[in-house]
Design a binder for this molecule. Structure first.
Ligand code: PEP
Ligand code: MG
Length: 577
């Protein structure tokens, strides 16, 4: 059995049939003499694709829902866009090249134009055009079946792709998908976040896998270790299935732990909450299986629209979630737009370094009317549940003070309007910049709580773009610089007697859990599917017992030493289970 190594992005085991999701097909280029015949070939392919999209639309309505099915209607419109395909037909005739190559070239030209634009909506539309062209090219080159149809004929699908866009991942019929494997993508990529939310194992960074497969191979995925086994023999497959069964038993135990309070062996309590902020995770939120919401990313309310959402629309969304939490904590993060998340109607100027630029609290303080509307909505929702408010990307005391003053102003206006809210609402900050970590002692005197945004903190401490594959090797939570920064924040919070938590991806990293416990973490906010496991593990650890061990870890040096040390602890823990 050939085995390929990647990184386990969403942990678990999976076995199934490889279905390849290909990117833009690169058709062969060859000379033709009969332009009219090429046009006729295109017209035929157009009809075949139209029927295919109609079939997909029908299936999407049945299996997923009418909203998700709409995309195929859009595909059909693009397919019938004569202005676009006419250019390809003309090119085929004037250059005497085959039609699929002419379509490929036209598509590349259009993609280039869209890429230069900032508007994410238009970029999404560009991706739709590319998908449609891809289908037509596949059909013309005799590559008959597209991904969705192929996947539809298999019951246990392992999706293998170079990379997956959020739209692609969302469009898939997840009921048959047992695992994802991609060549590219980081551990905080959308594929991984979605896979974790759905509890589907995912391996990323499996370089060269597309070249190894032609489709329909039997694959076994160990997404704990990040390995993909290709065409295992029967004995290896049977062994693997035994391991899967054991894992299933553990998952059952985790399911039971999710609804119980999490206490260490020596009685130290940790709340385990969930991160939400997209339709899937909001729908999946179940207050009976966690201790509340530790991070509500509010960007989803602002996305997919042509103007800012008004106060009532926001109030409806926040209060609905607050009620569903049944008295458990709901931390609402104020708008964190900018950086990689841009919205056309916000008219954010182009910047050389958007991650270091006009984003999050900076934008909100600069646009007080936008901030005021959101704060009023959050405050109003605080009368419907245990709501707290949190500011992202704080780097100065002045920012925290100004943001708090905005909260006070929103409170005054609600009082004047006679609208109810919680006068004592807790106001906290995300610690996700080196500045906030270094100022933690001062910030802890003025914030009601800290929540460490490790996704950004790692990126800023290590000067490593979290979305850039080429430098992923430096984006490492086990770099002592990151762990020291977190310790600094923890110690300041403990000294000032305020709760501190972690809401970045490292909060659900088994390997690092002993560190968080030893540092005295108050809450961990993670994806719903990991809550049971993390609670189960907390129950097997002792805070007092871990403290001296973690002190020893802090005395180490390299990333590899830290990992080896923590892995040793993890192994002991696994053996004890
Ligand atoms: C973080 O930075 O860790 C975080 C949770 O925020 P986001 O991933 O939304 O930037
Ligand atoms: Mg962040």
């Amino acid at each position: 059995m050939k085995t390929l190594k990647g990184i386990g992005g969403s942990k678990g085991y999976a076995a199934g049939t490889a279905i390849l999701k290909r990117g833009q097909a690169k058709p062969e280029k060859y000379a033709v003499t009969d332009g009219a015949a090429e046009e006729a070939r295109f017209r035929k392919a157009q009809d075949v694709c139209e029927a295919r999209f109609a079939e997909l639309e029908e299936r999407a309505v049945r299996d997923i829902g009418p909203d998700e099915a709409e995309i195929f209607g859009a595909y059909r419109m693009i397919l019938r866009d004569d202005a676009f395909f006419k250019k390809a037909i003309d090119r085929s005739k004037s250059d005497s090249v085959n039609i699929e190559y002419a379509i490929y070239e036209e598509c590349r030209g259009v993609m280039g134009m869209f890429e230069a634009m900032d508007d994410p909506y238009l970029k999404e539309r560009a991706a739709d055009i590319e998908n449609v062209c891809n289908e037509v090219i596949l059909c013309l080159s005799g590559g008959g079946s597209d991904f969705a149809i192929e996947a539809g004929s298999v019951s246990d699908v392992i999706v293998v792709a170079e990379d997956l866009t959020p739209a692609e991942t969302v469009k898939m019929d997840k009921s048959r998908i047992r695992g994802f494997v991609t060549e590219k993508g980081g551990i905080t990529s959308h594929t991984v976040i979605l896979a974790k939310a759905l509890g589907i194992p995912a391996i990323i960074g499996a370089e060269g896998i597309m070249g190894e497969l032609s489709g329909k191979e039997r694959l076994i995925l160990d997404a704990y270790e990040g390995t993909v086994g290709i065409n295992p023999d029967d004995a290896a497959f049977a062994d693997f299935m035994k391991t899967c069964d054991k894992d299933k038993e553990l998952q059952l135990q985790y399911g039971l732990s999710a609804g119980q309070p999490a206490n260490t062996i020596d009685g130290f309590h940790i709340d385990v909450l969930v991160n939400t902020g997209d339709a899937d995770s909001i729908k999946a939120f179940d207050a009976g299986k966690c201790d509340g919401i530790g991070l509500l990313r509010t960007e989803f309310i602002y996305m997919g629209r042509s103007d800012y959402p008004d106060e009532n629309a926001q109030y409806e969304a926040y209060s609905d979630i607050a009620r569903r939490a049944s008295g458990k904590e709901v931390i609402i993060r104020t708008l964190d737009i900018g950086g990689d998340k841009q919205l056309g109607y916000m008219d954010i100027p182009k910047e050389n370094n958007p991650f270091l630029g006009y984003r999050a609290i900076r934008l909100c303080l600069d646009r007080p009317e936008v901030f005021h509307t959101q704060l009023r909505a959050i405050l109003r929702a605080s009368s419907c549940g245990n709501v707290k408010v949190m500011f992202p990307m704080i780097v100065t005391l002045e920012e925290l003070r100004s943001a708090k003053e905005c909260v006070e102003k929103a409170k005054r206006s609600l009082r004047a309007d006679g609208l109810p809210f919680n006068e004592n609402i807790a106001v906290g900050i995300m610690v996700e910049t080196p500045a906030a970590a270094l100022l933690a002692d001062l910030l802890a005197k003025e914030a009601d709580f800290f929540s460490i945004g490790s996704n950004d903190l790692i990126q800023y401490v290590t000067a490593t773009d979290r979305m850039n594959d080429r430098v992923q090797y430096l984006y490492d939570s086990c770099n002592l610089s990151v762990l020291r920064a977190i310790r600094m924040v923890a110690q300041s919070a403990v000294r000032e007697g305020i709760p501190w938590g972690i809401c970045g991806e490292v909060a659900s990293d088994e390997r690092l859990l002993p560190v968080w416990i030893a540092l005295g973490v108050s809450e961990l906010s993670i994806v719903q599917s990991q809550v049971g496991k993390i609670k189960h593990l907390i129950g097997r650890l002792s805070k007092a017992g871990l403290a001296p061990e973690i002190e020893r870890m802090y005395a180490l040096g390299s990333i590899e030493e830290v990992k080896a040390f923590l892995d040793g602890m993890l192994l002991e823990l696994r053996e004890a289970r």
